[in-house]
Design a binder for this molecule. Structure first.
Ligand SMILES: O=C(O)[C@H](O)[C@@H](O)[C@H](O)[C@H](O)COP(=O)(O)O
Length: 253
């Protein structure tokens, strides 16, 4: 791992623009070295932050982006629970990401078939990689320490062969989902968590300061060769005693 950076902002409002500039800088780097930028998105508060901040960036060009989902709920795209549906109406409609560059699930399939279909889509998009190597994965963490749809004590935490796995007993509704597995998450060139709000403070202390072998799925995110960021606000970071960075305004990561 290239080293973990825990970066704390006074509030989510200050975090947003820095997250957007992180996306833009990793996109520029990826496009200049490999001709495209591969980004994995998660749901939760990231949808609103990215939908507000990315279109506000001057000269944002998404024409060479390929976007996938770290996890997705198996519901139709017009269901308010659909992560793709939310991004489509709030973000993709405002930027120039080509429609065919967004890798969506086929929500008409059974959860097993949906995971296999999404695996095929990722393999096609990353033909040279045993596990797809995304330039950037953006993750959230639930109050139970889950990330993607990888939940505490779930057998999927040990999945090391599949790229995408089905889950039909998600403790957080809706129960049927597909999720990237840890080998994909930890193969990424850069992973950034975004976690805000006081309800995350205790679990963040366990995840970031706890012993190795933590039961929290988020603690298992450790890119083998890539960068790892934890972008937090003050309420979420309130219980931490480790060293954290506090960037000045206009500073980039
Ligand atoms: O699929 C889901 O149920 C959500 O996407 C969920 O996994 C979310 O990412 C985390 O709970 C973090 O949520 P916040 O970003 O709102 O803290």
């Amino acid at each position: 791992m290239a080293g973990r950076r825990v970066v704390v902002f006074p509030s989510a409002a200050e975090l947003g623009p820095v997250l957007a500039s992180l996306v833009a800088s990793r996109a520029e780097k990826a496009i200049s070295s490999r001709g495209r930028f591969t980004l994995g998105l998660s749901g939760g508060s990231l949808v609103n932050i990215l939908s507000k901040e990315l279109p506000a960036l001057p000269e944002l060009d998404c024409s060479k982006w390929v976007v996938g989902f770290c996890d997705e709920r198996l519901v139709s795209f017009d269901d308010p629970e659909s992560t793709y549906g939310l991004y489509k109406s709030q973000l993709f409609s405002k930027v120039n990401i080509p429609d065919n560059a967004v890798l969506t699930i086929d929500s008409s399939l059974s959860v097993q078939d949906c995971a296999e279909d999404y695996t095929r889509k990722l393999k096609k998009a990353f033909p040279d990689d045993e596990f797809p190597v995304f330039d950037l994965l953006l993750l959230g963490m639930g109050p139970d320490g889950h990330t993607c749809s990888l939940f505490p004590d779930h057998p999927l935490l040990e999945e090391n062969k599949k790229i995408v796995a089905p889950i039909s007993d998600s403790p957080k509704p809706p129960p049927q989902r597909v999720t990237m597995t840890f080998p994909v998450v930890n193969a990424a060139r850069c992973v950034s968590f975004v976690s805000t709000g006081g309800s995350k403070a205790q679990v963040l202390k366990e995840v970031l300061e706890g012993r190795e072998g933590s039961v929290y799925p988020a603690a298992r995110v450790a890119p083998t060769k890539g960068e790892l960021f934890w972008l937090l606000d003050d309420p979420a970071a309130a219980s931490l005693s480790i060293h954290v960075e506090r960037p000045g305004s206009g500073e980039t990561l």
